[in-house]
Design a protein. Structure first.
Length: 122
């Protein structure tokens, strides 16, 4: 699905998504990806089943106030022990389908929030 919004210079926005990937500023990314308002990185787990506590603990270096976890076309909720390092620092983690993640990230980034999006596609 293609998303329509105003383009804002120097800020990442999701511009589309489908079952195999997402578009950030019209650039396509397949597989797992981490998106911040000003950065995009590959993310290690290739699937929801591969998530480990270290995957979430490593996010602390980015100092997010909220982490969005997109789990594909269906919502899957990780065990709270996996993201305990974030919770202990009062960083929220919200699991949702990828479409909701894209829309939510765009709104929060526009509001200048320290949001970090994690997209899983498999």
């Amino acid at each position: 699905m293609k998303l329509h919004q105003s383009k804002i210079k120097n800020m990442n926005q999701f511009t589309g998504y489908d079952d195999s990937g997402v578009k950030v500023n019209d650039e396509r990314f397949e597989g797992s990806v981490m998106v911040l308002p000003n950065e995009v990185h590959a993310w290690r787990p290739a699937s929801f089943a591969e998530l480990q506590a270290d995957d979430f603990a490593a996010l602390l270096e980015f100092e997010p106030e909220l982490v969005l976890l997109g789990t594909g076309s269906k919502i899957q909720f990780p065990h709270p022990q996996l993201y305990a390092a974030l919770s202990s620092k009062l960083i929220g983690v919200d699991a949702m389908d990828t479409g909701a993640l894209c829309r939510t990230f765009n709104v929060l980034a526009f509001e200048d929030r320290r949001v970090l999006a994690l997209v899983l596609h498999s």
